[in-house]
Design a binder for this molecule. Structure first.
Ligand code: ZN
Ligand code: ZN
Length: 621
């Protein structure tokens, strides 16, 4: 006996649609069939058009207002909900229109209507409308409903009106965990940390949202130690908590802690998501930790992680900053999704490594940089931003094309900022164009009172051109303005662990061996003509810790540690936060020859690849 065909409601076909075009076609078909069958119900049609990400809110509005069926509250609420999500400039005025239309048609709003309206006001930050609605809600006793109440608290706190939010919170008798969370994250979002924490302590019940809100609130304000305590106390950590904590460390200059936490995550066999990988790569870039960075790249390939433009840019940046510009460019060429951030990473990577190759190919790098710079707009329609212009000035400046750099700045469509002028000033010092340098330096000092770099550069230009008095003047005004120096430190990654050294540092476990190794290295290179400088060069580039004996600068200690703890013949990679000084530079050149080791030092400005007694920077930096 034949089975009867299953009775599938026709409207079910609408749910199978993936795009609004398919949906409209199917809908038209159903309306035509409606001549012989009952017409499709408005409910699924309006829901799809109003709420589906590929829907069309205007289509939903037409469907509802042109329909002859009796108006239903559900349909009006669906529209208001869709409008709240749509968040375009007219969505709230359209919401009001729908709201008044339903009242005209004698359809009375319920708690959902108001909840969605407040959500819309919060998303579009429409404080005036939200406040009027609050009046209506209070008059009509809807304020007692827990959904409405929570959306009111959320609305006020998103708009930064914490007193109103608190009033709504305090006056209700029964508040649930959502109300507590909304109130607490309102405080945290608006920077009222202690109030937020007080509420967190008082909360009768906490859920995952409560913990993560307090965690990210603390991280966003840089209270990383407190955040770490909260993280440890959490009854269960979701992926979000790991993302917040690891990216918090990476973005607040604590890359070692970011990597340590990431290792902790791996020990628990938790799979990182792409946000975590981006943060880990950023930590690797900061530390110059190439081995860690490589690991992430292999992991991405092994697990077939989808490489979006952000992850892609982070990979390029990591390779460029860890001294592997060729790998960086390889990732850049292989990437499917190139956007502004990939270009920024690629161009600034090229700029930073602009002196990797010998002098004759400088122009080659400049051309490569300009090729990418132009292809941003020409091939990808991406308008270059200030950052990209700064990179190009850097690239030109490093290649010694100072006039070209000056002309390039003059041709910029926007006003050059002090970073761009500072870059050109640095190039003037390196290439000995004192006249241009003094002009720019004085202009910068007049416009910018807080940046120490340009004071140091200008005073060193004066010192070099024997205008000692002028140099002293610049230094005095710098001291008078209390411009602080950053202390110098060097990092070296050995067997996956990053070691940090300060000048004259004696805190490392192997201090004795490190200092002995350094003395031995100095003894050897003295035979090759090394004369240790016993006093700081007064107007040297960064004038690192003048009181510390120059013989124990941080990069020297890092190098000595590298010599005793890495395989003979392997590359020693060091990252320094400020520029390398003359004395360290000459010592490194000789050690690379005597010990037959390649040494790469990334300082604040660029790469130094030491090999066989010379440096890739050709002694200009
Ligand atoms: Zn030094
Ligand atoms: Zn160098």
């Amino acid at each position: 006996m034949a089975m009867p065909p299953p009775k599938v409601p026709f409207t079910w076909l609408l749910f199978k649609c993936k795009t609004i075009q398919q949906f409209k076609q199917t809908h038209t078909q159903l309306l035509i069939r409606g001549l012989s069958h009952p017409p499709p119900s408005l409910r699924p049609t309006v829901s799809f058009a109003a709420l589906n990400p590929s829907g069309d809110i205007h289509y939903a509005l037409r469907l509802l207002f042109q329909s002859s069926t009796p108006p239903q509250i559900f349909l009006f609420n669906t529209l208001i909900r869709g409008l709240a999500r749509a968040c375009h400039s007219h969505s709230m005025s359209t919401s009001c229109f729908v709201f008044y239309r339903m009242i005209d048609l004698n359809v009375f709003p319920n708690n959902f209507t108001f909840t969605f309206l407040f959500q819309g006001c919060a998303t579009s930050r429409d404080f005036d409308l939200g406040r009027q609605l609050h009046g209506i809600v209070v008059k009509n006793s809807f304020a007692l409903d827990v959904f409405v109440k929570n959306s009111v608290i959320q609305f006020y706190s998103v708009c930064g009106k914490l007193r109103d939010a608190r009033w709504a919170f305090d006056e209700s008798l029964d508040v649930d965990v959502v109300s507590w969370n909304s109130m607490m994250s309102g405080y945290l979002r608006n920077g009222e940390i202690s109030e937020g924490l007080e509420l967190f302590d008082k909360m009768p019940n906490r859920n995952e949202v409560s913990w993560n809100s307090v965690l990210s609130g603390l991280v966003n304000f840089g209270f990383l130690d407190d955040a770490c305590r909260v993280f440890k106390e959490m009854p269960c950590r979701s992926l979000v908590s790991w993302v917040v904590m690891i990216s918090g460390y990476a973005q607040n200059g604590q890359p070692k802690k970011a990597l340590a936490l990431f290792r902790g995550m791996q020990l628990l066999n938790l799979e990182p998501n792409s946000a975590i990988l981006v943060s880990v790569l950023s930590a690797c870039s900061q530390l110059g930790a190439l081995n860690h960075g490589n690991w992430v790249y292999f992991y991405i390939q092994k697990k077939c992680v989808n490489v979006d433009s952000i992850l892609n840019a982070a990979l390029i940046d990591m390779y460029a900053k860890c001294g592997s510009i060729n790998l960086a460019m390889q990732v850049f060429h292989l990437s499917k999704e190139k956007d502004v951030s990939s270009y920024t990473s690629a161009i600034s990577g090229l700029a930073m490594n602009g002196r990797v190759l010998c002098a004759c190919s400088h122009i080659g790098w400049v051309e490569k940089g300009f090729h990418y710079f132009h292809s941003m707009l020409d091939d990808h329609g991406i308008e270059p931003e200030l950052d990209h212009y700064a990179c190009m000035v850097d690239l030109l400046g490093r290649a010694g094309l100072l006039e070209e750099a000056e002309n390039f700045i003059a041709s910029m469509p926007m006003k050059p900022d002090n970073v761009i002028w500072g870059t050109l000033l640095g190039a003037c010092r390196v290439h000995g164009n004192d006249q241009m340098g003094q002009g720019i330096g004085n202009m910068l000092i007049e416009s910018d009172q807080s940046h120490d770099g340009c004071y140091i550069l200008l005073s060193s230009i004066y010192a070099k051109t024997m205008k000692g008095d002028n140099a002293e003047e610049v230094r005095k005004s710098m001291r008078a303005k209390n411009i602080e120096r950053v202390p110098g430190y060097s990092l070296i990654e050995v067997d996956g662990v990053v070691h940090e050294f300060l000048a004259g540092d004696r805190s490392h476990d192997k201090t004795e061996e490190i200092y002995t190794a350094w003395e031995e290295a100095v003894k050897k290179i003295k035979n090759y003509g090394y004369k240790a400088e016993t006093r700081g060069v007064l107007f040297d580039i960064e004038e690192e810790e003048k009181e510390t004996v120059i013989g124990y600068h941080s990069e020297k200690l890092a190098l000595a540690f590298g010599l005793i703890s890495t395989e003979p013949g392997s590359v020693i990679r060091i990252v320094k936060n400020i520029r390398i000084c003359n004395d360290c530079h000459s010592a490194m050149k000789l050690i690379s020859k005597v010990n037959q080791r390649k040494i790469s030092v990334r300082d604040r400005k660029r790469y130094h690849h030491f090999e066989g007694g010379s440096c890739s920077c050709m002694d200009y930096w």
